[in-house]
Design a binder for this molecule. Structure first.
Ligand code: ADP
Ligand code: 5GP
Length: 197
């Protein structure tokens, strides 16, 4: 039976992982995005059910209690979590899912599905560039940016648990590198499963 594959992208906030994950969805049309649940406010341009399922804290806590989340974390004062149903369906139907989750979420996914997951870490070139990108994005307050930067040392420390690490300096170069890594993984996986996309 064909089994799905989980491609997980993590990075310190502002490193470019969402930009890169979106590009991968364009380059690999058969890939689907694992839409997480969160309690953080919706940003301009974000779409319910496409970027996230935006929940209240009460709704999120109910999902925790009901065992509906594969993993969840409290990050920058908000809950974020992966829905079990999305991952189970993808694995059963042989789909390739791409995740944008934090380092702890990525490690949890690897622990649960060691043979089905690939972890990709995106590093910023340096702290100054990261700060600039976060400021230029204009989606978070000064206070929120500070919280996001405080978490960076812990995140960089955990890069060692990832299968691939790419420094996102030139965006086009990084996109090409991530695309090549994913293509290689898909080829390996197709050879094992004898499955065509
Ligand atoms: P993340 O999802 O990791 O928080 P984003 O994908 O939102 O990061 O990227 C943060 C900001 O930096 C965005 O405004 C994005 O357009 C920009 N960006 C991403 N990669 C690069 C790059 N290589 N060079 C310059 N700007 C970038
Ligand atoms: P943002 O608020 O910038 O969209 O996301 C903040 C952080 O939460 C990012 O590191 C993002 O990858 C992470 N995140 C998003 N969804 C999930 C999830 O389902 N689980 C975990 N553990 N982290 C998530």
């Amino acid at each position: 039976m064909v089994r799905g594959k989980l491609i997980v992208i993590s990075a310190p906030s502002g490193s470019g992982k969402t930009t890169i994950a979106k590009k991968m969805l364009e380059r690999f049309p058969f890939m689907r995005f694992s839409v997480s649940a969160t309690t953080r406010p919706k940003r301009n341009g974000e779409v319910e059910g496409k970027d996230y399922f935006f929940l209240t804290r009460e709704e999120f806590e109910k999902k925790i209690q009901n065992g509906e989340l594969l993993e969840w974390e409290e990050i920058y004062g908000n809950y974020y979590g992966t829905l079990k149903s999305i991952v189970e369906d993808a694995l059963k139907s042989g789909d390739i899912l791409i995740f944008d989750v934090d380092v702890n979420g990525a490690i949890s996914i690897k622990e649960k599905f060691p043979d089905d997951s690939i972890l990709i870490f995106i590093k910023p070139p340096n702290m100054e560039t990261l700060k600039e990108r976060l400021k230029r994005r204009r989606t978070e307050s000064e206070e929120q940016i500070k919280k996001r930067l405080e978490r960076v040392p812990m995140e960089l420390e955990k890069a060692k648990y990832f299968d691939y690490i790419f420094v996102n300096d030139d965006l086009e170069d990084t996109i090409k590198s991530v695309e090549r890594a994913i293509s290689n993984e898909i080829e390996k996986w197709k050879a094992i499963q004898r499955h065509e996309y």
